[in-house]
Design a protein around this ligand. Structure first.
Ligand code: 5GP
Length: 189
C-alpha cells in the first residue's frame, strides 16, 4: 500500500534500530480517514474470501480491525489481555510471549463470540516475532472456527515472526513490509 509506505516515511520514528513508532496515526493518536483507507485495502486484499468474523488483539489491533469490519460488514472480536470480571468465564485462550516484558501472558476470547461456524480473518497492526499471531491462531483452533486468512498492517521482515509462521504453513499478507531500518533509514520490500 503506497500511501502507507509514504505515511511511515513521513511520520514513522525508529527507536533503538528495531522498533517503529507510528504513534501519530496507528498506535496512539488515530487518523480515522487513513485507518479507513487501511480497512479498504484489507478488503481489497482479501476480497475473494468468505469472512464471517474478524479477530484481532487489544489494544492496537482494534482500530484497524473495526475499519476493516466496516468494509467486510462483519463483526470484529478482540482478544483480551487481562482477566477481569466483565469477561465471560468460558473463554478460548492463546499464549503469547512478550519479549519486552520477558514473560508469557494469556489472551482470551469469550466462547460466545467465536464458534465452529465462523470463517475468521485475523488482522493485526504489526508482525515482529509472531507471538501475537501465534496466540490468535491458538484461539481460532480452540474455537473450531475456520481460519481463512491473516493480514497485518506492517511486517518487520527483518524479525523472525513472518519466516517462522510461514514455515509452519501460515499464509500471511502485509500492507507494508519493512526490510531494514538501519540508522533510521526505512527500506521497504
Ligand atoms: P509480535 O512480536 O508478537 O509479532 O508483536 C507483538 C505486538 O507488539 C504487535 O501486535 C504490536 O502491537 C507490537 N509491536 C511489535 N513490534 C512493534 C514495533 O516496531 N512498533 C510498534 N508500535 N509496535 C510493535
Amino acid at each position: 500500500m503506497e500511501a502507507l509506505k509514504e505515511k511511515i516515511r513521513q511520520e514513522g520514528r525508529v527507536l533503538g534500530g528495531s522498533v517503529l513508532k507510528v504513534d501519530s496515526f496507528l498506535n496512539h493518536q488515530l487518523d480515522p480517514e487513513f485507518l479507513n483507507e487501511i480497512g479498504k485495502a484489507f478488503k481489497e486484499m482479501f476480497k475473494e474470501l468468505k469472512v464471517t468474523k474478524i479477530l484481532t488483539a487489544e489494544v492496537s489491533g482494534i482500530a484497524i480491525a473495526v475499519m476493516a469490519g466496516l468494509h467486510f460488514q462483519v463483526p470484529v472480536v478482540f482478544a483480551k489481555k487481562t482477566q477481569s470480571l466483565n469477561l465471560d468465564p468460558e473463554t478460548y485462550e492463546g499464549e503469547v510471549y512478550s519479549y519486552t516484558k520477558q514473560q508469557h501472558y494469556k489472551i482470551r476470547v469469550s466462547k460466545r463470540y467465536l464458534s465452529n461456524e465462523d470463517q475468521v480473518l485475523i488482522l493485526d497492526d504489526f508482525l515482529a516475532n509472531g507471538e501475537a499471531l501465534k496466540g490468535l491462531y491458538q484461539i481460532v483452533e480452540a474455537s473450531g472456527a475456520n481460519l481463512v486468512g491473516t493480514g497485518v498492517v506492517i511486517e518487520k521482515g527483518f524479525q523472525e515472526g513472518g519466516k517462522k509462521l510461514r514455515a509452519e504453513g501460515r499464509e500471511i499478507k502485509a500492507l507494508a513490509t519493512i526490510l531494514s531500518m538501519d540508522h533510521g533509514d526505512i527500506t521497504f520490500l
